[in-house]
Ligand binder design. Structure first.
Ligand SMILES: *Cc1c(COP(=O)(O)O)cnc(C)c1O
Length: 429
């Protein structure tokens, strides 16, 4: 069992060390293709594991409810300054513990209970916090959902793109207080200007949930919604490659309400160790190397989509503009569900998640699709050639999913591939 380079301080706890060692081995010897995951830098992890974990800091810099926050104030200010500079925003709140918290805080800041919100349908790419019946959001606010255009395999006018006519018609009909742009399973550019135009037409506020694409925006590989949206929320751990957490950017006019909604509205004391790690990640994301990284993420996703299509999987919407591909499995094998595909791939060392495709006839637990992303393995150094190879391995193991020998063989090939692309290799030798 290879020890992780980061568990020096917990040698006395054999049980946790053993588990961390196993997870270290899993992350570095199998393929991480979950679109919402990445490999954070050792600097980000060091800040997350720092002494700031000890500090209570309810409130905001200069207005804390506890003493001893001189250094913490500077850290949070640094994170906020770096973040507003990175995206060109008026105001930043770096305290949300997660993307879900950030979204609910924005709803609390901008809406009254019962107000109408127009957001993307969950089975077409929206997030749970965009009004799922299971989410608290649907209990406080009235969600109406837009979708994507019907499937159309003509490359000249590909379907399964956001249906802006539908967005506009629903906005005119329901007069929402807030329109939410952004998705969790959608592989195309999301045009913030088109959403702004509709929001202005009906007098709605616009929130852009850029949880998945925040890193691509920072690196210049996806349009920046900040000039168009009243509020932009995101997670810091997906393509942005920081610590697990959330953040909010907003126009100055919403700053006070947003800050009050995060604390004391939603949360207690902020996680200042995570805020420090966010500051580290925001600096990393401002470097030219990060822009090259995000361009490579997209190039890899496009190569992956093409290779998967050549193997018979149908990329939803015909391809990708970002870091993910949603593969429709029915074209590859009508019998193969997302659930079975995910399980077989897991056994072969290929980590993915099942996902509904637009108008999926199967339930969210079974699904007809698979979502894969390139952000993590691009951090590890993989390029277009490796992603073409991965598509071939996926096709082989799914075609022979009842053959233990094939599963074992693919698992061995995956381990060999991963051995050449250990994201932390240069920190372990
Ligand atoms: C991931 C995601 C979230 C939630 O982030 P968590 O940190 O998991 O709470 C919110 N919105 C979208 C679009 C997401 O993809």
């Amino acid at each position: 069992m290879s020890a992780s380079p980061f568990d020096d301080f917990i040698r006395d706890d054999a049980e946790v060390v053993e588990l961390l060692g196993r997870e270290w081995a899993r992350q570095t010897s199998t393929l991480q293709l979950i679109a919402s995951e990445n490999f954070a830098s050792p600097a980000v992890m060091a800040a997350t594991g720092s002494i700031l974990t000890n500090k209570y800091a309810e409130g905001y810099p200069g207005r804390r409810y506890y003493g001893g926050n001189q250094v913490v104030d500077e850290i949070e200010d640094l994170a906020r300054r770096r973040l507003t500079a990175l995206f060109g925003a008026d105001h930043a709140n770096v305290q949300p513990h997660s993307g879900a918290n950030a979204n609910v805080a924005v709803y609390q800041a901008l809406l009254n209970p019962g107000d109408t919100v127009l957001a993307m349908r969950l089975d077409q790419g929206g997030h749970l916090t965009h009004g799922s019946p299971a989410s608290i959001t649907s209990k406080f606010w009235n969600f109406v959902s837009y979708g994507v255009t019907p499937r159309n395999d003509d490359p000249a006018s590909p379907g399964e793109h956001i249906d802006f006519e539908n967005v506009r018609a629903l906005a005119l009909e329901h007069r929402p207080t807030l329109i939410v742009a952004g998705a969790t399973a959608y592989s195309r550019f999301i045009d913030p200007a088109a959403f702004r135009e509709i929001a202005d037409e009906v007098g709605a506020l616009l929130m852009f949930d850029s949880a998945h694409v925040a890193g691509l925006i920072a690196g210049g590989s996806h349009p920046n919604p900040v000039p168009y949206a009243d509020v932009v929320t995101f997670t810091t751990h997906k393509t942005l490659r920081g610590p697990r957490g959330g953040a909010i950017l907003c126009r100055e006019e919403h700053a006070k309400k947003v800050d009050s909604a995060v604390f004391p509205g939603q949360q207690g004391g902020p996680l200042e160790h995570v805020v420090a790690a966010k500051a580290v990640a925001f600096k990393e994301a401002a470097q030219p190397a990060f822009a090259r990284y995000t361009a490579q993420i997209v190039a890899n996703a496009r190569a992956f989509a093409t290779a998967l299509a050549n193997e018979g999987f149908r990329p939803v919407s015909g391809g990708t503009d970002n870091h993910m591909v949603i593969a429709d499995l029915r074209d590859f094998d009508a019998e193969l569900t997302g659930k079975v595909a995910q399980e077989v791939l897991d056994r072969a060392g290929i980590t993915t998640n099942r996902n509904q495709i637009p108008d999926d006839p199967r339930s969210p637990f079974i699904t007809s699709g698979l979502r894969v992303g390139t952000a993590a393995e691009t951090t590890a150094g993989m390029g277009e050639g490796e992603f073409a190879q991965i598509a071939a391995l996926m096709a082989r193991v799914l075609r022979h999913r009842d053959d233990e020998n094939v599963i074992e063989d693919v698992r061995a090939q995956v381990a060999t591939l991963c051995a050449g692309f250990n994201p932390y290799a240069r920190f372990t030798s």
